[in-house]
Each structure stands twice: as C-alpha cells, then as structure tokens.
Design a protein around this ligand. Structure first.
Ligand code: V0D
Length: 257
C-alpha cells in the first residue's frame, strides 16, 4: 500500500522525485516572472515585524536566482516594489528602499562570479537616490555579463508602463521618428520597460492570491500562470522545480490547435 501511495505521489506533484536532471529533459522557461508575496504574513505567523519578513524574502531572492541560473533560465523578473507600495507606512517603505543596497552589498560578488546581469524595470525618477545609486552601480558592473538576467521590477506598474509607452509613441509619431504603419506589437514592445527582453513564459505568484496586481500586463499575454500557497520566504529550490515541472506538463499553443 505504501508503495502504491508513493507511485501515485510520483505522478502528481512528485516532490520526492523532482530533480534538476529530470527537469532538464524538457524545455526550461526562458523567462520566469515572480510576484514575491507573503513576506508580511510570514512575519506575522512568527510574531515578528513585517520588515523581518521582507528581509527573509531578500535571502530567498538570492537562493532562487542561483537555482534558476543553474537550470539555464535566461531571465528572472522579480516584482520587488509596485507603484502602489508607496501607500505603505513610511518606515516600511524606508526599510524596503534599503534592501537593494543590502542585497547587493552581500551578494553582488557572488552574482558577478555566476555571470549574472542585474537590470531594473520601473519608474526610476521617484526612487531615493541611495537606492538608485546602488542598483545602477550593480547594473554598470554586470552589464557585460552573459548569464542569467536578474531583472528587478522597482516602482513598477503595468498600466503606468503602458501609458508611458503610449506617450512616448505619440511623441515619436509627432516628430516623424515612426509612422502609424510602422507601429506593430514588436515596435510597441520596444517602448516598454522590458524592451529587448523576451516575454515571460511562466508567472509564479506565491502566498495564495490569484491575481495579477498590475504586473507585466502586456508581457504576460501568453504566459502560463502558477500559483502556490507557499509564502515567499518559505519558497525553496524544490518549489521552483515544481513550478517549472507544472509549466512543462502544459500544452502551449498560442491560440493555435
Ligand atoms: C521585499 C521580497 C531584493 C519582496 C524580496 C526596493 C519585498 C525582498 C531587492 C533588490 C525587496 C532590488 C534591486 C536590486 C537588488 C535587490 C529588493 C525591494 C524589496 C524593494 F538591484 N529584495 N528586495 N528590493 N524585498
């Protein structure tokens, strides 16, 4: 009976038998986008302040970056701060804005060692100077790296991104840089923050919410969505493998048959 249960488990979520080697037999998503939710809830469960959850979540970013790079993922986009997150208490926002410096201060040497390229997606203008300086320094130091692109969405909103793109398109139409006929999905994409990056193949959202929350509205048009109840600070390599395994089981047809 135990053997039967184990066989069945193996067919379902197969946590016990999911190995890197097994995953590599099937296509690995080129671009994975992640909504890292549940840091506050993780802290609450432990009677810790919310910032303790954010700090623990930062360590998870490092762990999952390494795992994704090890699988040959090309782009990993992490939703670190949304345009709505400014509404949070000032002390929490101030703490969050110090995380890029701490993260890079601790992990940038390892990321460089692993050939990772750091990028930023979002509205730079409202970010504190110290935050922007740290991120831009890391971008500069890693700009020639050819491994995984670690793309941080910071002060990012999907509608904001599209609106900004539309305004820039309007300017380029007015000064005849482009014509209406030239404006295609490909050309429009170049006006988005994600320009030059492939669209995500897989979206992961942790912590049980089944929503997009204004994340990459244009780019996620054809992505597979994976939702898990696991809180972001508890998210492990095996959970990433689960998500990729789920992606590999699904048929991707782009509306064809
Ligand atoms: C808190 C969970 C890494 C989500 C992860 C400014 C919320 C930890 C960064 C980071 C945050 C950003 C840019 C960069 C290097 C690291 C980060 C923020 C929040 C908001 F170049 N974690 N992280 N940034 N959290």
């Amino acid at each position: 009976m135990l053997k039967k249960i184990q066989e069945w488990r193996g067919k379902e979520t197969s946590k016990s038998s999911l190995t890197k080697e097994e995953l590599l037999k099937h296509p690995i998503p080129k671009h994975i986008a992640v909504i890292m939710d549940g840091n506050g809830r993780w802290a609450k469960k432990r009677a810790l302040p919310r910032i303790a959850g954010h700090h623990e979540g930062m360590k998870t970013v490092r762990k999952i970056t390494k795992a994704a790079n090890g699988l040959g993922v090309k782009v990993l986009t992490m939703y670190a701060f949304s345009t709505e997150n400014w509404k949070r208490p000032k002390l929490e926002v101030d703490f969050l804005m110090k995380l890029p410096e701490e993260f890079l201060g601790t992990f940038l040497p390892e990321l460089i060692e692993e050939n990772v390229q750091v990028r930023l997606m979002g509205n730079k203008s409202d970010l504190p100077e110290h935050t922007l300086r740290a991120v831009e320094g890391a971008m500069e130091k890693t700009k020639n790296n050819t491994g995984l692109i670690l793309n941080f969405a910071l002060n990012y909103g999907g509608r904001d991104e599209i609106l900004r793109a539309v305004k820039n398109v309007a300017i380029d139409l007015q000064n005849n840089t482009i014509t209406t006929e030239q404006l295609s999905e490909e050309v429009f994409s170049e006006y988005l923050f994600s320009n030059q990056l492939p669209d995500p193949d897989l979206l992961i959202r942790t912590s049980g919410e089944i929503r997009l929350s204004n994340f990459m509205l244009w780019q996620l048009a054809y992505a597979e969505f994976y939702f898990t109840d696991v809180l972001w600070p508890d998210f492990e390599e095996l959970h990433l493998y689960e998500a990729i395994n789920s992606f590999q089981q699904r048929g991707r047809r782009f509306g064809g048959i």
